[in-house]
Design a protein around this ligand. Sequence first.
Ligand code: SAM
Length: 225
Amino acid sequence: KLSKRLETVASFVPTGAIVADIGSDHAYLPCYLVHKGIAARAVAGEVVKGPYESAVKQVRTEGLTDKITVRMADGLAAVEEADEITAVTIAGMGGPLIVSILEKHPQALKSVTRLILQPNIHAKAIREWAMENGWAIQDEVILEEDGKIYEVLVLQRGEMKLNEAQTLLGPKLMETKVPVFIEKWSREIANWQRVQQAISEAEKTPENQEKYEQLTHYIKMVQEA
Ligand code: SAM
């Protein structure tokens, strides 16, 4: 059974899609997608040998070697033009790492119409990248599993303009404000206030002063939202 986190990612893969799952580890996600008849075929990419081998083993065990190709490569270098990938999933990494993967091999996205990204932290980096690279947020989900909070971002090609609060919090998540969303940002505000407390007890340097003011700005922005 797939985790709730990966099940949420899977729920946004269009039926019939040809999927590249980058940083696939054990390849649970592509195996699930092909088994369920959601993905027609898939590529599982891994840059580290151990996870690559466990992906190969999993695909063999599940009897899916004709539908899933496992490649050892850095990010989107796992994708070949002939694959005609239509959807890319990248899950379980930080937002900035996901962005660096998307930026490194832009030509690999040529045939891709949907990106389903699940940053563990700093989803903001993905929203900024999307805005600058012709991708728009189609959907966003926030969920909690085993005490951790995750965000899933679904991007389609298109133009998008987000203000500062929307970039940080997520335009769709801000609209719906589900309890997990409130929880995440309440925790974040509490963290920022702890940092401010520490700063106010420390030496009064211009850097500390600037950091303090920046946090005040963020706290105010999130509280207003
Ligand atoms: N996607 C799976 C999930 O969400 O459960 C696995 C997440 S695991 C925490 C992150 C995986 O990404 C690791 O197996 C790591 O080797 C892989 N990874 C990190 N950077 C990568 C890159 N540049 N290219 C391919 N894989 C990468």
